[in-house]
Ligand binder design. Structure first.
Ligand code: DSN
Length: 418
């Protein structure tokens, strides 16, 4: 029996969502389109089993094949990032980060990170997250002075100042809305100078690192966390890595039994499949194309008068500050217009934000999923033109309808493979 016979309601929702994905251009910088093989592993009988523990040390019988699967996922992750230890069990990036915090900190301990409004993440010390409720985040900033050529880049003077003043246990780098290369060696130099461990949450750029389109995080970082579903193009999940045996042991205990129960072995198998794909030469080509596409997107938008955070990009994303081109247009309205034309993006706070997080003055755009569909620079230039027309439309139905038709034509030219 198929799902459409046993549960037509859910089958219909899946069919409609499939159609939605096929007929829209996915430009949320943290999303991607995973392969049929990853989904095959994730949709397998591997979901049936409890496997608490780690390979060779399980609390349940019948885990022999699960040991092989998890070990292969670990080995591939280590090869991909060139590190010694990997924990592939975190259910998500937030779970990975929580486990690292559980392993490293006592309540009230201090760590340095960037604020959410400057491109950080909820799990990096936001007051609404456990990392901000139980720990004491101290924050560094981006370069604020627009007269400087490095406006919008990480301000290493502020990193040093915060390390010097607070002597935190840990210095965090890695961001959710930062369009520039992360200078891991520079962060490490400062971490060493002030006796902090360096922790990079590379969730956004992990695939670029794995594919050689962003400088490597190892050997510079003591700790690296990531999701597996963004630029890595795997199933939704998290990953923790280190070169330090003592830290690796602490992280294993913090994941299980510290904060999670049974691992999602079907997801771990899908992670192994994705890491296998990421180790292939084609993935290097893909990662390089993601960056080329983002750079072209940035150029086309700048040529049309848009202000971008840090004036451009080195990675997979651009962050538009809409205020100079249209003071009335919020990120919320702009992303709603984009959704009407079939371009899926998210509203995002920008540096020196003047609106609430529920309105924002920015829109974040990314190229990972477009690149998976096969778009190249000239195609992305056409997408930039559609975005521009949409933002200037003032919501005009005729302009939106024409842009929608152009997006549909592009979706037909670049079908999703699934
Ligand atoms: N929600 C992700 C993003 O969009 O960047 C981060 O976890």
């Amino acid at each position: 029996m198929s799902l459409s016979q046993t549960d037509p309601q859910i089958a219909d929702m899946i069919a409609r969502e499939t159609k939605r994905q096929e007929s829209t251009l996915e430009m949320i910088a943290s999303e991607n389109l995973t392969s049929a093989e990853v989904m095959e592993a994730q949709g397998s009988v591997l979901t049936n089993k409890y496997a608490e523990g780690y390979p060779g040390k399980r609390y349940y019988s019948g885990c022999g094949i699960y040991d092989e699967i998890e070990q292969l996922a670990i080995d591939r992750a280590k090869q991909l990032f060139n590190c010694e230890y990997a924990n592939v069990q975190p259910h998500s990036g937030a779970n990975a980060n929580f486990a690292v915090q559980l392993a490293l900190f006592n309540p009230g301990d201090t760590f340095a990170a960037i604020e959410l409004s400057n491109g950080g993440h909820l799990t990096h010390g936001s007051p609404v997250n456990v990392s901000g409720k139980w720990l004491k985040p101290v924050t560094y900033t981006l370069v604020q002075d627009e007269a400087r050529s490095d406006w919008g880049y990480v301000d290493f003077d502020s990193v040093e100042a915060v390390l010097k003043e607070h002597r935190p246990k840990v210095l965090m780098c890695g961001y959710s809305a930062y369009p520039r290369t992360i200078d891991f060696p520079k962060f490490r130099e400062l971490a060493d100078k002030y006796g902090a461990l360096l922790w990079a949450d590379v969730a956004h750029v992990a695939g670029l690192i794995a594919g050689g389109a962003h400088p490597a995080c190892f050997p510079h970082c003591h700790i690296v966390t990531t999701t597996t579903h963004k630029t890595l193009r795997g199933p939704r999940g998290g990953l923790i890595m280190t070169n330090d045996e003592a830290l690796a042991k602490k992280f294993n205990s913090a994941v299980f039994p510290g904060s999670q129960g049974g691992p999602l072995m079907h997801v771990i198998a899908a992670k192994a499949v994705a890491f296998g794909e990421d180790l292939k030469p084609e993935f290097k080509t893909y990662s390089a194309q993601v960056v080329k596409n983002a750079k072209r997107l940035a150029k086309e938008l700048v040529d049309r008068g848009y202000k971008l955070a840090s004036r451009g990009t080195d990675n997979h994303l651009v962050l538009i500050d809409l205020r100079p081109t249209d003071a009335e247009l919020s990120g919320k309205v702009a992303s709603a217009w984009l959704e009407q034309v079939g371009i899926i993006a998210n509203m995002n706070s920008v540096p020196n934000e003047t609106r609430s997080p529920f309105q924002t003055s920015g829109v974040r755009l990314g190229t990972p999923a477009l690149t998976t569909r096969g778009l190249k620079e000239d195609d992305v230039a056409k997408v930039a033109d559609i975005i521009d027309r949409t933002f200037r439309s003032k919501g005009d139905a005729g302009v939106i309808a024409k842009a929608r038709a152009d997006v549909l034509a592009m979706c037909e030219r670049f079908p999703m493979k699934h």
